[in-house]
Design a protein around this ligand. Structure first.
Ligand SMILES: Nc1ncnc2c1ncn2[C@@H]1O[C@H](COP(=O)(O)OP(=O)(O)OP(=O)(O)O)[C@@H](O)[C@H]1O
Ligand SMILES: [Mg+2]
Length: 472
């Protein structure tokens, strides 16, 4: 992006030097001004993207100028130049909304790199503003959100494959949106008036998955009092979404292959072959190719399910989507918690963009939900987000979270928040060791794993922190 930059410094030599460096290497439009009062007037008249200002200037210092700029147009980025690189000034500048500060004398690359980063940030802010407007005008917020090239390609792929009956394999780490993609495919398919049946292959115990999927006949096993329809039959003429397919046992993989190849299956305890007309979508966060090499996943089944492949990248590889996702989650949770929060401060957005997000979009969603609960004004601030996981004391009160919800909704939300808080303290105790954490809690490791996934928690975060402590 080519932007417009205002440079303010009382030293004319410095102005000339900056102008030369920037104009030699970039196409940005530059305006220089030695008097900060006049600079502020220029700023009011023209749409600048970036202001680079010296800190120490007679009559008006850079911090004061920064404050005025942020009051007039908070979305404009400001870089402070300082010969006095004290930590206090830097902290003050960042707290007041500066994008960054640079100490003099500076290297040419440092200034050019920072400008480049600002322009990318500005481009993202503008794109997101435009998108928010477009979404508001459309009045309908599609469930899958993303503006990055990679997500646009995924949306295109979804619209191309949805109307067909091709089998789709969706891969990606936990919380990247696999289930949402499966729904989008079904909703845009010719089968949308029929059912989408989701089967979570991890959650259903191995002993019962066959009867859950294929049904059983009376007397097939102890406790089978009457015939029971399987999910395959429920999904007939619709879509069957097999989530976490990498967790299916070998025996079930074989039966599934038959269903995929011939459209045939048998209820448990029955000799009658049944037929099903299904569209299959499967998802996994395992690497199926290495599972095949280790003989845990059938290669023939893999080729059957992998006709169309959609791979969702982790959120850290599409950080430009963080603002638009955040705004949508803000809208959702402000509605749920009945709070009048309309905006997210730029420092909060910057804080979010710099997160690692091992739990991907789900983790971002959880952070925004928590932020909405704690926010006391009409703008979500950095402090509301509790981005530093050390500050784990965020367990909210019942009246903050749930007093206006129905009993069931309130109970579900409190349970979810309890899970998150409890698991974090467990993992902190076990230093990220999941087996040990499960032992402390007296629950199955697999169950803990599932709860961690739902809460968007990655055990590695707790291991890393321990290394840092040891390293000190
Ligand atoms: N592109 C997106 N736009 C809007 N919301 C999203 C997007 N991707 C994910 N989400 C939200 O993030 C959460 C997690 O998404 P989802 O359950 O689809 O992830 P997943 O990949 O199936 O995770 P897991 O492997 O843990 O089951 C959901 O609340 C979903 O609505
Ligand atoms: Mg899922």
């Amino acid at each position: 992006m080519t932007g417009k930059i205002l440079i303010v410094d009382d030293e004319k030599d410095m102005l000339a030097l900056l102008k030369r460096i920037i104009s030699e290497e970039t196409d940005h439009e530059l305006v220089t001004e030695a008097n900060p009062f006049r600079a502020l007037e220029l700023f009011k008249e023209s749409p600048f993207d970036l202001v680079i200002t010296d800190l120490k200037m007679p009559r008006m210092d850079g911090i004061k100028l920064l404050g005025d700029i942020k009051r007039i147009r908070p979305e404009v980025s400001v870089i402070i130049l300082t010969a006095y690189a004290t930590i206090e000034t830097a902290v003050e500048a960042i707290q007041k909304g500066a994008y960054d500060y640079i100490t003099k004398p500076f290297r040419r690359e440092r200034i050019l790199l920072t400008i480049d980063k600002v322009m990318k940030w500005q481009e993202m802010v503008k794109e997101n503003l435009a998108l928010r407007q477009a979404l508001a005008e459309k009045g309908d917020v599609s469930p899958l959100i993303g503006t990055t090239q990679v997500m646009k390609e995924i949306f295109d792929r979804i619209s191309q494959v949805a109307p067909t009956t091709a089998t789709v394999l969706i891969t990606g780490a936990s919380g990247t949106g696999k289930e949402l993609v499966a729904r989008a495919i079904h909703q845009n398919s010719l089968r949308r008036s029929k059912k989408l049946v989701t089967v979570n292959c991890t959650a259903i115990p191995e002993q019962v998955i066959e009867s859950e999927l294929f049904g059983h006949v009376k007397g097939a096993f102890t406790g089978a009092w009457r015939d029971k329809k399987g999910l395959v039959e429920v999904a007939h003429e619709g879509t069957l979404f097999l989530d976490e397919i990498g967790d299916l046992s070998q025996g079930m993989q074989t039966k599934l292959l038959r269903l995929l190849q011939e459209g045939e299956y048998k209820a448990v305890g029955s000799v009658v072959t049944k037929h099903a007309d299904l569209r299959f979508i499967t998802a996994t966060n395992h690497n199926l190719k290495s599972e095949i090499q280790e003989k845990r996943f059938r290669e023939d089944l893999y080729y059957r399910i992998n006709v169309i492949h959609i791979d969702l990248p982790p959120l850290k590889e599409r950080k430009q989507d963080i603002p638009i996702l955040s705004y949508n989650f803000l809208k959702k949770y402000a509605g749920i918690y009945q709070k009048n929060i309309q905006d997210i401060s730029s420092s909060a957005l910057q804080g979010l963009v710099s997160q690692e997000f091992s739990g991907n979009v789900r983790e971002l969603e959880n952070i925004i939900e928590r932020g909405v609960i704690f926010c006391k004004t009409n703008t979500l601030e950095l402090k509301d987000l509790f981005l530093d996981k050390e500050q784990a004391g965020f367990y909210p009160d019942l009246d903050q979270v749930a007093s206006h919800l129905s009993f069931k909704e309130a109970k579900d939300r409190m349970i979810r928040l309890f899970h998150e808080q409890y698991i974090r303290s467990l993992l902190a105790q076990s230093k990220g060791n999941i087996s040990k954490a499960a032992e402390i809690a007296g629950i199955q490791r697999q169950y803990l794993h599932r709860l961690m996934k739902e809460a968007g928690i990655d055990a590695a975060d707790f291991r890393k922190r321990d290394d840092e402590v040891t390293a000190c």
